[in-house]
Design a protein. Structure first.
Lengths: 240, 240
């Protein structure tokens, strides 16, 4: 937890919070915080600043909070992915949130197992929790929107052109002639395939709807490694 | 398993292997391979090509193997990291191997918990297994060398200058004036800090021994996301 993420409901008075949940446990047990301890804090969907511990005991913590700075700038990459297996789904959300993605789209594709759509990791409460952990890690306060599309063709033909609108869009494809470009300014939509890859038909449909196929190198990475690698190539620190 | 990774001991005759272990289980149970099925194959520390199933039953598989192509080119990034917590250590190895790293160095640092050095994940047999899984994922056959350094100062002053020699070296530091550069040609040494970051003393000692501090952006990423992101920034597909 690099940021103590607070919501309206935590405040007992202006600038004063009382915590009893996981965040209190973290302060009390892991950080062994004492009165006077100052940590980074932020308001969910709001500004960031600091919180100072005023009282702390086994049951609760009371902190005074000051937030006046904007959260880190968002990424302008839209991350769209064929729905990954449940444990990978969590990793994609966590990594994307840490790297500032504010819009996720998950969609069906030929090589996505139908059972993935029944997984409890897709429940809103679970996703919200993963988002909170990601925001706490990277010091951000602004949650992303997460969308699901259960049919490939309507997603690509109807939804995707609007999602892409105004920026470039890339999909990895081993046979593509050019590599994924580095440091692309402005809005970019990145499309991640399923574990077994897209079918030729799927790549053609994507290409016909505004997506440029690109090569990602000669190695096949696991989705949880491909996502941070590709997000970083599109938006390296030198661009920001 | 994108590559069936074979060793000398698997061969019963030239070009013929018989498998009964995890790889056989994968062929039989997961891939439900039938005679005639062809998959990518490679010889550990050698060439890549293909293997065709000749016989397969519950107990064993027999395949004919042809390997004539070189494995994918290695990365010329040397990955050095403050020893991460055990579960993260595995992820760093897996990701580095997938992205072609052939030299790892793990070292002690002020904010590394001493208990991490007692973890069974550091046993050679465990590391070798993780390396095999990484090679199978990315289609490579060449294992990396993995080194450990239990004292920070001797590592930085004595070992590191030799490791770095002939290339650039970078360490992430929030106060650094310049960002990590993109697409650095040739040999590069990347230095990853511990979860709590390096101390000022540690960054100064690194800088005094040939390492350039660079900023990595305004977000603090988990180590398992920072590693693929930084490796990709240094060596994007457009460089290769």
């Amino acid at each position: 937890m690099n940021l103590l993420l607070l919501t309206e409901g935590d405040f007992t008075a202006p600038g004063k919070v009382r915590l009893t949940d996981r965040r209190h446990e973290q302060l009390y047990k892991i950080l062994k915080a004492q009165p006077g301890k100052v940590c980074k804090a932020g308001i969910f969907n709001g500004k960031v600043g600091s919180a100072a511990v005023e009282e702390i005991c086994r049951e609760y913590s009371v902190l005074s909070v000051q937030t006046e700075n904007p959260p880190p700038p968002p990424s302008d990459v839209i991350l769209t992915a064929a729905l990954p297996r449940p444990q990978t789904f969590d990793k994609v959300i966590r990594c994307g949130v840490e790297m500032g993605v504010k819009e996720f789209h998950f969609f069906m594709s030929r090589k996505v197992e139908k059972s993935y759509w029944q997984s409890p990791v897709l429940e809103k409460s679970h996703i919200d929790h993963e988002i909170m952990l990601g925001l706490e890690q990277c010091g951000d306060t602004i949650p992303p929107r997460v969308h699901f599309h259960r049919l490939f063709k309507p997603f690509v033909e109807d939804a995707l052109p609007e999602i892409i609108c105004g920026g470039a869009a890339y999909v990895g494809h081993p046979a593509a002639p050019a590599p994924l470009p580095t440091a692309v300014p402005g809005k970019v939509t990145l499309i991640i395939g399923p574990e077994g890859g897209f079918t030729d038909y799927e790549v053609e449909l994507l290409a016909a709807n505004g997506v440029t196929p690109v090569t990602l190198g000669s190695r096949t990475l696991r989705t949880e490694h491909a996502v941070p690698a590709l997000l970083a190539i599109l938006k390296p620190p030198s661009l920001r």
